[in-house]
Ligand binder design. Structure first.
Ligand code: ATP
Ligand code: MG
Length: 224
């Protein structure tokens, strides 16, 4: 049996319970062996100055993952120079793990990210390198998914009857998760901290403490 490896990339500025719970549910639903959390060193869609240093974001992820036996923190994008492109990360992972037996990759993306995929560098190649797992997220309509997939990736993607997987004759499947809706975002968390408001229960306790001790997000660079 090939190893089934989930990948959750993002800015994680900071990591929150929306990320963690969605990853846990994907792990269980798709019988993944492990999930790699890969923070973007230099997110292509976000301006450099507005994002916390990678070290802080990594440390908060480390604290959030704790001793979860199947969650792993990866510094891969920190080691690839330049912008963090998911397709490059996936190619690199394929290469790095090539000698270790058969591997299947499952790229986890929230509905918001999925519907913007056509702006990602060489995005069509993602569907050759990895299955996609779309996580639902409040405020981002699921009805748009099928149209997007057919228009921007391939019209040959078809949803099986009574199934939540889009299949294609050549490209890899796209799974649609029915994960718990959690309307939590890092943007909102940064906004709350900048206004001196509580973020308890939105992030793990250890992350809460780290943000307080390091005094992160106290000045609101988002302006939101
Ligand atoms: P920001 O507000 O700064 O964009 P974010 O909360 O969207 O932060 P990201 O680091 O951008 O967090 O997200 C990483 C990945 O996790 C993306 O694919 C995103 O869609 C997904 N994700 C984030 N929060 C949720 C959530 N509450 N439910 C489902 N998916 C989520
Ligand atoms: Mg986001």
């Amino acid at each position: 049996m090939p190893q089934r490896i989930g990948i959750l990339g993002g800015t994680f500025d900071p990591v929150h319970h929306g990320h963690l719970r969605a990853a846990e549910e994907a792990l269980e639903a798709l019988h993944l062996d492990r999930i790699l959390f890969i923070p973007a060193a230099s997110p292509p869609h976000k301006s450099r100055t507005a994002v916390q240093e990678l070290d802080h974001r990594m440390e908060m992820l480390r604290l959030a993952i704790g001793d979860h036996p199947r969650f792993e923190l990866s510094d891969l994008e920190g080691r690839i120079p330049g912008k963090s492109y998911t397709v490059v990360t996936l190619r690199t992972l394929h290469g790095l793990l090539a000698g270790e037996g058969e591997r299947q990759f499952f790229l986890l993306v929230g509905m918001d990210a999925f519907l913007e995929l056509s702006t990602w560098w060489h995005y069509r190649e993602l569907f050759e390198l990895s299955s996609l797992v779309v996580l639902r997220r409040p405020g981002h309509p699921e009805e748009a998914l099928q149209g997007f997939l057919k228009a921007h990736v391939s019209p040959l993607y078809e949803l099986g009857i009574g199934s939540d997987v889009f299949v294609h004759p050549e490209l890899l499947p796209v799974h649609v998760m029915s994960n718990t809706y959690l309307g939590i975002s890092s943007t909102r968390i940064r906004w709350l901290v900048a206004r001196g408001k509580s973020i308890r229960y939105l992030v793990p306790r250890e992350v809460l403490r780290y943000i307080a001790v390091k005094r992160l997000y106290e000045s609101d660079s988002d302006g939101r």
